[in-house]
Design a protein around this ligand. Structure first.
Ligand SMILES: Cc1cc2nc3c(=O)[nH]c(=O)nc-3n(C[C@H](O)[C@H](O)[C@H](O)COP(=O)(O)OP(=O)(O)OC[C@H]3O[C@@H](n4cnc5c(N)ncnc54)[C@H](O)[C@@H]3O)c2cc1C
Length: 470
């Protein structure tokens, strides 16, 4: 007879979905087992959100140093040292991973290093380095994340073609880089490498890069892309990749029925990510998949098997770390008998290009498509004292209000620190705050947050630091 260990809650995958769920459930008194086959922190901490933003910070420091003279600081001989940039990036990820490991231990979570799958009798088999272990859990949360989606074209397996994980650990930077896919991941890498002086070409299948983003913002971003050594090619389908005799990659694509090609040292494949369900053997516990290829869940994050929940990228609903973490809280609450459900109306989203883009709620396109009458205010960063202090006057903030209900329904921020401004706007929208509520709020001076105050006032043509004609 096999030895079956008992646990209240088994969580498979220790990304921002799984580890947050484990800590939260343990704090609520559950006996939690967390199985991870590769690295605590998942894609987000080890090969996603954190390392990419650490690289972006390095590039920002590089550019600030080069433009030091604008602030009266004379700096000479500024160079970007890729090896040291990598060391700093690794320090950040190592320190965060160790922090999460300590938190899991302090909260009494049983962390098992191994790969989990569902055995045919419903127990969970963990293939660990020390041998197989079997678990029986009252509830299970699947949080196995996603993996790179691959194009089915000739040459995609060539060594010059890399994915978003491999590009993070390059030992040297290339002179030229072709990025297939102008989505969020593709564009963030385009700005990182373009600003380091790499000749970058982005090939996007759709008519615009970042297809879900406000067209006006994309048009503005495209201008800054050019200035950052990035050549964007849209409406183009990559057909094959070859490697020439000097080792360069030749990416062939079709644009408006014309065959073209681009030559570069490396190619980054960034055409999306698909749920990682690989070796779970979901058929053994009767779990349905949805049309989008992810695990099907209801708003409580429960799968078609009522004791099993699924959260994060493996559901393929919204591939964002903070959504995975929030879904974890919702799933654990429901396991504990506390009613909670996911709402996706006000999920903030940040794209760390230069300038940054941050959005929450409805975009102008959403409102136009739905035929909802709305008002929009638009306040330029150039009207804000802190933006000038930072020497970052580029960009704007747009706020949308539904005319009938007078409710604030969406916001888009394009500019420096958009990532911070969107938090305040998310709280406002998520709590149905009105322009009057924002008017009653005092925003510290001099800060970029004053842009929020003016954009709210501007909906009633009352902005103070910007003249918007009634
Ligand atoms: C380059 C890049 C940049 C990104 N930037 C951002 C960003 O700035 N902001 C943002 O919100 N999102 C960003 N994302 C997306 C974000 O990383 C994901 O949405 C997030 O990691 C999803 O969390 P998760 O817990 O669902 O899965 P993951 O973080 O992928 O974790 C899943 C874990 O499960 C483990 N696992 C899988 N199968 C098994 C198994 N059978 N047994 C045991 N363990 C298993 C995996 O090893 C992995 O560690 C980025 C992604 C990439 C690739």
């Amino acid at each position: 007879m096999k030895d079956v260990k008992q646990t209240d809650l088994m969580i498979i995958g220790a990304g921002p979905g799984g580890y947050v769920g484990a800590i939260y459930a343990a704090r609520k008194g559950l006996k939690v087992t967390l199985v991870e086959k590769r690295w605590i922190g998942g894609t987000c901490l080890n090969a996603g959100c954190i390392p990419t933003k650490a690289l972006i910070k390095a590039v920002e420091v590089f550019e600030e140093a080069k433009t030091g003279s604008k602030f009266g600081i004379d700096v000479e001989g500024v160079t970007a040292n890729w090896t040291n940039i990598q060391i700093q990036k690794n320090k950040v990820t190592d320190s965060l991973r160790q922090g999460v490991e300590v938190l899991l231990a302090k909260n009494g979570v049983n962390v098992v290093n191994g790969s989990a799958s569902f055995a045919d009798d419903g127990t969970i088999l963990v293939a660990a380095s020390a041998g197989n272990e079997f678990y029986q859990a009252r509830n299970t949360i699947i949080a196995t994340g996603a993996k790179t989606k691959h194009l089915h074209i000739t040459g995609i397996d060539l060594p010059v073609v890399i994915d978003s994980e491999q590009i993070l650990t390059l030992s040297t930077i290339p002179q030229s880089l072709t990025i297939i896919g102008g989505g969020v991941i593709g564009m963030e890498f385009a700005f990182i490498f373009g600003r380091l002086g790499v000749r970058v070409t982005v090939i996007e299948f759709m008519p615009q890069i970042l297809p879900a983003v406000d067209l006006e913002i994309v048009q503005r971003l495209s201008r800054y892309a050019k200035m950052a050594n990035i050549n964007v090619i849209t409406n183009a389908a990559v057909t094959s990749i070859e490697q020439n005799e000097t080792g360069k990659a030749i990416v062939k694509y079709k644009q408006n029925d014309i065959d073209k090609f681009v030559e570069s040292d490396l190619v980054l494949e960034a055409v999306g990510r698909i749920p990682e369900l690989g070796n779970l053997s979901l058929n053994n516990i009767k779990i349905n998949l949805s049309k989008n290829g992810g695990i099907e869940v209801n708003s409580q994050m429960q799968t078609s098997n009522e004791t099993v929940y699924a959260i994060g990228d493996c559901t393929n609903l919204v591939q964002l770390a903070h959504v995975a973490s929030h879904q974890a809280i919702v799933a654990v609450d429901n396991i504990l008998g506390v009613q909670n459900k996911m709402e996706y109306n006000f999920v903030p989203s940040v794209i760390f290009t230069t300038p940054e883009i941050a959005t929450v709620g409805k975009s102008e396109k959403n409102l136009l498509d739905a035929g909802v009458p709305y008002q929009v205010s638009k306040i330029p960063y150039g009207s804000n004292g802190k933006a000038l202090i930072l020497n970052q006057p580029i960009g704007f903030i747009k706020l949308f209000r539904e005319i009938k209900s007078k409710r604030l329904v969406g916001a888009s921020v394009f500019g420096v620190e958009a990532n911070s401004l969107i938090a305040t706007l998310t709280v406002a929208l998520n709590n149905n705050l009105t322009v009057a509520d924002i008017k009653k709020t005092i925003f510290a001076h001099p800060t970029l947050s004053e842009l929020i105050y003016d954009s709210a006032l501007s909906l009633d043509h009352e902005a103070i630091h910007f003249f918007d004609e009634p």
